[in-house]
Design a binder for this molecule. Structure first.
Ligand code: SF4
Ligand code: FES
Length: 287
């Protein structure tokens, strides 16, 4: 599929004078086609190496259970590009310094939620944390998420997190027969739960919650956010069941409105507000 990046696409048409490309002569004769005019002034471009580099020490919390029972810190002095992220630094360590370092990542672009970790004491996605924003003059600390069992290095066991997620039934529940066409919804009804659809299940919120740290029994912000997404969906008929699940000793009432979750969320979801809305819905059962 063409996206207009060729000399014959919209970009070229917008910037180039209309010229008729020379016809290829018959008989297989070759000649050079003229370069299409470029919008970029390459005479001002310098070399790729001019991206500023920075020296940074990544201080990584290591846990290698097959080697030692104790977790420990290890420093990795690195020279990185000024545009690099913590994920790039972790790749550099793994690929060039120590292949035993393990961490999760997939998309590398803030979409899959698999590389949430504690960076300089705050939960973030490694693929969204730019080194230059983290004061590289000091060692940048990288630790696994808190409140979940560490399996190895930066990898935690996510099962307790996903157990709570499963319990709130994160799928559409309807009564009656399936309709012959799609279930319609007004833009206003869709807007009602728009914010909580943005969750990527990274666990940055739940693992930043002191209530979750105490015993790991609290459902946690992420499960409530995902319950909210369906409770306030006008097409869903399972709201009461989810509210009953969350009206539990380990449910919404354990939230102490500390706001750690909202600050940690890489998607900017207003988590504390969503939890408050679910609390009100439990009381009113008005969904
Ligand atoms: S609500 Fe935000 S922080 Fe929590 S799991 Fe979803 S995306 Fe991550
Ligand atoms: S690797 Fe997918 S969100 Fe960071």
């Amino acid at each position: 599929m063409s996206h207009g990046s060729t000399a014959h696409g919209p970009l070229a048409q917008a910037g180039a004078p209309a010229t008729t490309p020379p016809r290829a002569p018959s008989g297989g004769q070759e000649y050079d086609l003229p370069e299409p005019p470029s919008k970029v002034d390459f005479s001002r471009a310098k070399t790729a190496g001019e991206i500023p580099r920075l020296k940074v020490t990544l201080r990584v919390r290591r846990y290698q259970p097959e080697v030692t029972d104790e977790a420990y810190w290890e420093d990795f002095p690195l020279t990185m590009l000024g545009t690099d992220r913590v994920l790039d630094a972790l790749h550099t360590i793994k690929w060039e310094h120590d292949g035993t370092l393990v961490f999760r990542r997939s998309c590398a672009h803030g979409v899959c939620g698999s590389d949430a970790m504690r960076i300089n004491g705050r939960n973030r996605l490694a693929c969204k944390a730019l080194l230059k924003d983290l004061n590289p003059d000091e060692p940048v600390t990288v630790e696994p998420l808190q409140g979940l069992p560490v399996e190895k290095d930066l990898i935690v066991d996510m099962e307790p997190f996903f157990q709570s997620y499963r319990e709130i039934m994160p799928f559409l529940i309807t009564r009656g027969h399936a309709p012959a066409r799609e279930r319609l919804q007004s833009p206003e009804d869709r807007e009602r739960f728009d914010d909580t659809t943005k969750c990527i299940l990274c666990a940055a919120c739940t693992s930043s919650c002191p209530v979750f740290w105490t015993d790991g029994q609290y459902f946690g912000p992420a499960a409530i956010v995902n319950a909210h997404r369906f409770i306030f969906d006008s097409r869903d008929d399972g709201g009461d069941m989810r509210l009953e699940v969350l009206n539990d000793a380990q449910g919404v009432w354990r939230c102490r409105t500390i706001f750690n979750c909202s600050e940690a969320c890489p998607r900017g979801i207003k988590i504390t507000q969503a939890i408050q809305e679910v609390k009100r819905a439990v009381i009113s059962r008005n969904v």
